[in-house]
Write a protein that binds this ligand. Structure first.
Ligand code: GRF
Length: 190
């Protein structure tokens, strides 16, 4: 059974879809840790309510990324995950950290990569007059939102859509795509 750590910054809706998926014994993985970069992250209570160990490592407590990540690595040493899933995790990780987890760390990004790396993806798609939006799950590499893509899902952009309309439509697909992509990676690890 592979061991999965999930990193969050906020409500953790993607985290919940991953936890739900791993309840199926055939999935082949178990959640061992949910880590947030703030003790206020709403997802921590949701994870704890499901009996998943949690940790908060607040990036503001450290003077640099290396210090922040050293503390994260200490926590990871205690839980020994095989795979890390970034799920609404809003901190950029250093090349050193991503190298340690090469091919074993995933991220979900709310755009059809390689379009719209970075932030405000839905507004950028609307501003560009795109007819579709979507989400991508990719392996995390040193370059932001740039690693090999494991899966994508697209949704139509409708007349009059706001960024939050599009975000809500994409989020529904994220909750299906992420568990499917993780399951595929877990299968390849065995
Ligand atoms: C989602 O749009 C996800 O694509 C992005 O963060 C947003 C919130 O995710 N990475 P969650 O609800 O906290 O899982």
């Amino acid at each position: 059974m592979k061991r999965v750590a999930i990193f969050i910054s906020g409500g953790g809706s993607n985290m919940l879809s991953l936890l739900d998926a791993m309840e199926d014994p055939s999935f082949g993985a178990q959640p061992v840790l949910v880590l947030a970069n703030s003790a206020k992250a709403g997802g921590l209570a949701k994870a704890a309510a499901r009996g998943v160990p949690t940790a908060a490592v607040d990036h503001r407590d450290y003077s640099d990324r290396a210090g922040f990540e050293a503390e994260i690595s200490k926590v990871l040493d205690a839980y020994k995950p095989d795979v890390i899933c970034l799920a609404g995790f809003m901190r950029v990780l250093t090349p050193e950290f991503t190298a340690q987890w090469e091919n074993r760390m995933l991220n979900i990004h709310p755009s059809l990569l390689p379009k719209y790396k970075g932030l405000h993806t839905h507004q950028r798609a609307l501003d560009a007059g795109d007819t579709e939006g979507g989400c991508s799950v990719h392996l995390v590499t040193a370059a932001l939102d740039d690693g090999p893509i494991l899966g994508q899902a697209s949704v139509p952009i409708l007349d009059g859509d706001t960024a939050s309309d599009l975000a809500a439509r994409v989020l529904v697909e994220e909750h299906k795509l992420y568990p499917a992509a993780l399951r595929k990676l877990i299968g390849e690890l065995e």
